[in-house]
Design a binder for this molecule. Structure first.
Ligand SMILES: *Cc1c(COP(=O)(O)O)cnc(C)c1O
Length: 394
């Protein structure tokens, strides 16, 4: 099997698995218990908190463990909204291509009377700092713009956006789920107030994530319960998963430079090769781009059919995002960068990890053009275009 869907989830690393086992087999006490067996688990949690904090240049007490990226996004956005509301600020700035964990939380706030301003995404998949600066108002209570997009891989100028938000004293949240382990993150230098991470996107376990909250930013609870996470997130901590997450993040950050070079080589080989397919267009910026992301639209095909045929050849890829597959709506991200519906339906995302090989990339480069050709040849619409009875869009 060739796994090229690392933006959906990653395989757990051996390091992460090994870091988890002792917390299932030996140190399985409740971290809130006062006897030794519980306190050992509590100490492990504290060490995980410190190590994760160190990876993003935060302090340990600014790290809150969550069940994943979605929960972290929900809590970040809701907390800033509730804080704003108390001071009469109900204007939120975000972008049209955020993850649904952010967008759907914003929908809820809109129904409550918040004014949600979604910045237009440029055709290359970028949001520019000037757009944020122009949108900020007296009553803005939050700017939430993702670090890197999960579908098209474009990387935002987060540090410039952070500086603008800080200058205007507006809290800045960024969903860094796709960036972690691939790009260096420095929350202090980049003026980030709230940041979301998810372990299973950097070779850690599913069901574990982090919300970083800068000191002084008040949090609203999503889950009421015990005193865990300084009273901000009730529920007995998932100690094994948190230990796996800390080990995976440390490993990803330590290997970042080496794997980056390899990923760039594989990614660029794929982009160059797939660009030769006629009536194909790369989605997302060519330069400001995650090192493992490749995303194309091919005119005249259905992404779903493409995926099924690639699956027959042992290749795991994605079209749109996993969350929207199963629905007939094209990806909101591709629509946000201005792809027409018809074109947005024919998308392919390949997201690589350092486990991928050059041979795998060559196999993908053999399979995709053949499958695209096969599907186009079956399509009456495609024949019309080839015969000049209909216009090509790209
Ligand atoms: C995967 C993903 C999430 C959701 O994370 P989960 O841990 O799966 O809830 C949020 N944002 C982005 C950008 C993602 O890629």
């Amino acid at each position: 099997m060739i796994y090229a869907d690392n933006a959906a989830t990653t395989k757990m690393s051996r390091t992460a698995i090994n870091a988890m086992l002792p917390y299932m087999e030996e140190i399985w006490g409740n971290p809130s218990s006062l006897y030794g067996a519980g306190q050992k688990a509590a100490e492990a949690l504290q060490s995980a908190r410190e190590r994760i904090a160190a990876c993003i240049d935060a302090a340990a007490e600014e790290i809150y463990f969550t069940s994943g990226g979605s929960e972290a996004d929900n809590q970040a956005v809701l907390s800033a909204a509730r804080f704003g509301e108390r001071t009469g600020k109900k204007h939120i700035i975000s972008s049209a291509f955020e993850h649904h964990a952010v967008l759907h939380t914003l929908d809820r706030l809109r129904r409550e009377g918040f004014e949600i301003e979604l910045l237009t995404v440029h055709e290359n998949g970028m949001i520019y700092p000037e757009q944020v600066e122009q949108a900020i108002r007296e009553d803005t209570c939050l700017v939430t713009v993702m670090y890197a997009n999960n579908e098209i891989g474009s990387v935002m100028p987060v540090s410039k956006i952070g500086a603008i938000c800080r200058a205007h004293k507006v809290p800045f949240h960024t969903d860094a789920v796709q960036a972690a382990g691939h790009l260096p993150i420095h929350v202090r230098e980049e003026n980030i107030d709230l940041l979301s991470l998810s372990a299973h996107k950097f070779h850690g376990p599913k069901g574990a994530g982090v919300l970083y909250v800068r000191r002084g930013i008040p949090l609203t609870n999503l889950i009421e319960g015990g005193a865990q996470e300084r009273g901000r997130r009730g529920g007995t901590e998932n100690v094994p998963a948190i230990m796996g997450m800390a080990a995976a993040l440390e490993e990803a950050c330590a290997d970042m430079e080496g794997s980056r070079e390899k990923l760039l080589r594989l990614r660029d080989r794929l982009i160059d090769g797939l660009s030769r397919i006629p009536h194909a267009v790369l989605n997302g910026d060519r330069v400001s781009r995650l090192p493992g992301n490749v995303n194309f639209c091919f005119e005249g095909i259905e992404g779903e059919s493409l995926l099924l045929l690639l699956d027959d050849r042992g290749i795991c890829a994605s079209s749109g995002s996993a969350c929207t597959s199963g629905s007939l709506d094209p990806s909101h991200v591709l629509l946000a960068i201005g792809r027409p519906h018809e074109v947005a339906h024919g998308s392919l995302r390949l997201s690589l990890s350092a486990d991928n090989t050059e041979e795998e990339v060559e196999e993908i480069l053999r399979a995709v053009p053949e499958v695209v050709d096969y599907l186009r040849n079956m399509s009456p619409l495609w024949k019309d275009k080839v015969n000049g009875r209909k216009e090509f869009v790209i």
